[in-house]
Write a new protein. Structure first.
Length: 256
């Protein structure tokens, strides 16, 4: 899991590229204006307006991503050796940068215990919360409780890229010795998803009966038939008209 935090340098590189494009675009329309293809009085205002929209949206996007990532960055260099604790309240907004999810109304508390050692960090994540999703069997709205624990070891090395590519243990991650912070956003996202049960099924009541939608269950039961009977019907379906055809052809051949 790489740290995908956009650096200030990368932001300004993209910004400068857009600015150069704006100037080239402006020169192009300036030439068209002098040639009479476009009204010169409207060229500058239109170009500036279009690029003002582009720059504004770009700045808002970068600001949102950077602010979100900063909230989950840990500047460990200034930490004293020993245990440090953090808490993060995770809601739906957190998942915007990760794409669409198959759940909603996430309300999860992630507790992190970071133990700083000589040359490495021990991380313990405690996930506790709930999400809303749909039952896999009947489609009813379903609230699922989340609770799980995860451990990670973050090691400081000279060549983290090579070490991460060669490491087979998913619970060990390498960062550069020169780093002074790292982001845990990707880990929080992964651990919340790993805390969700594979099957989303309505719970049973005190009598041991399913609380799934009864109408849906009745419809599902109607589709349950004897597999052998279905296979026999499917095999011969549409072939009845050919039944006895070989006997008829054999009789014709014998007559000839």
């Amino acid at each position: 899991m790489a740290n995908a935090r956009p650096t200030q340098r990368n932001v300004w590189i993209v910004w400068s590229v857009l600015e150069r494009f704006r100037r080239s675009f402006f020169k192009f329309y300036w030439v068209l204006g002098h040639l009479g293809f476009v009204k010169a009085s409207l060229v500058k205002s239109r170009i500036n307006f279009v690029f003002w929209l582009v720059f504004t949206n770009f700045a808002n996007l970068i600001s949102t991503v950077m602010n979100q990532n900063r909230a989950y960055e840990i500047a460990f260099v200034g930490f004293t050796p020993g245990l440090h604790e953090f808490e993060y309240r995770i809601e739906d907004q957190f998942f915007n940068s990760f794409g669409q999810q198959d759940f909603s109304n996430c309300n999860t508390l992630v507790k992190l215990k970071l133990d700083k050692k000589q040359g490495f960090l021990q991380l313990h994540f405690d996930v506790d919360g709930k999400i809303d999703t749909l039952c896999d069997r009947c489609g009813n709205p379903l609230t699922i409780q989340l609770w799980d624990e995860f451990n990670l070891i973050v090691k400081l090395v000279d060549d983290p890229i090579t070490m991460n590519s060669q490491e087979e243990d998913p619970d060990i991650f390498y960062i550069d010795k020169g780093e002074h912070h790292f982001s845990i956003a990707a880990w929080i996202y992964e651990f919340i998803n790993l805390s969700i049960p594979l099957q989303h099924i309505c719970k049973e009541n005190e009598k041991g009966e399913s609380t799934c939608n009864k109408k849906v269950l009745e419809q599902l039961n109607q589709f349950k038939v004897n597999p052998t009977e279905v296979n026999n019907k499917n095999i011969w379906k549409g072939l009845e008209k050919f039944k006895g055809l070989d006997d008829t052809n054999e009789d014709e051949v014998n007559k000839n």
